[in-house]
Design a binder for this molecule. Structure first.
Ligand code: SF4
Ligand code: SF4
Length: 182
């Protein structure tokens, strides 16, 4: 029968020699290969103690940004959701009430803001679409989870810590972003 490829190999069925029957040379050869790997540079890293550096253009989980006074920047305009090709973003807008000026930068804010990480393709279009510098993609990734619901990140999960009331947490979160944000 004609072969589809030329990769076919005839299996040799000649009887084993005395040394082959001893198996010792084959074991020694195998051990030699194993030993040679002891002296090679390890391609594995001890995660989670050691972490591989991400590429400068890596795009991970979103961060909802605040301004320098700690107010939420998002004005719930919906442009990020509109730009999202995966329809991963949902939000609900609310009106800022008198006395809430220290919480929200604009008259409108996102009362609910969710990103479905199972849908997201981390393209970064939401970040590009945002006119308020309110959403950024960080250099962290969505953690494994047993339930689908766990991949729907809510506003509380996405919002960066307040730079005024939680300066240390803010600095850590900003560091995890891997680049400058406004
Ligand atoms: S990164 Fe892309 S797919 Fe993910 S939420 Fe933003 S626009 Fe949608
Ligand atoms: S994150 Fe930006 S684009 Fe999306 S709703 Fe908020 S202000 Fe608009």
């Amino acid at each position: 029968m004609e072969a589809l490829t030329n990769r076919k190999k005839q299996v040799e069925r000649k009887p084993m020699t005395f040394w082959e029957k001893m198996y010792l040379p084959a074991i020694a050869k195998g051990m030699g290969i194993t030993m040679s790997h002891f002296f090679k540079k390890k391609p594995t890293i001890n995660y989670p103690e050691e972490k591989r550096p991400f590429s400068a253009v890596f795009r991970g989980v979103h961060i909802l940004n605040r301004d320098e006074e700690g107010r939420e920047r998002c004005t719930a305009c919906g442009l990020c959701a509109l730009a999202c090709p995966a329809e991963a973003i949902t939000m609900e807008a609310a009106e800022r009430q008198p006395g809430e000026e220290h919480l929200y930068r604009e008259e409108k804010y996102a009362a609910k803001y969710e990103v479905n990480m199972l849908r997201c393709i981390f393209c970064g279009l939401c970040e590009e679409a945002c006119p308020k510098d309110a959403v950024y993609l960080s250099q962290t990734f969505a953690k494994a989870n047993y339930a689908r619901q766990g991949f729907i990140y809510k506003k509380e999960d996405l919002l960066i810590p307040n730079p005024v009331t939680q300066p240390e947490e803010y600095a850590r979160a900003k560091g995890a972003l891997g680049r400058d944000i406004k």
